[in-house]
Design a protein. Structure first.
Length: 84
């Protein structure tokens, strides 16, 4: 009975390595995009509520924006750890 040997295919290995690097970069890009969009959303929300000139609404908007920023930092940090 003939035995089959597994030979290394440099092209397949290169494609697989490139695919893995692309997937890692894609995950990092998604995390960065989410962080940027959440930060922009938080800033916009804070500005909009601050424009009302109603103190409690502005305070609530500021608290919400701060919470969004903290959640975004935690999410981004976790994704970076998982991708690394």
């Amino acid at each position: 009975m003939a035995t089959t040997q597994s030979k290394s295919n440099p092209i397949a290995d290169s494609v697989e390595a490139a695919t893995e690097r692309f997937a890692d970069l894609n995950e990092k890009a998604i995390a960065s995009s989410k962080k940027a969009s959440d930060a922009y959303l938080a800033d916009s929300y804070e500005k909009a509520t601050g424009a009302t000139k109603i103190e409690w609404v502005a305070s609530l908007g500021s608290l919400q924006a701060d919470a969004t920023r903290e959640i975004t930092r935690a999410y981004t940090s976790t994704v970076r750890e998982l991708v690394s």
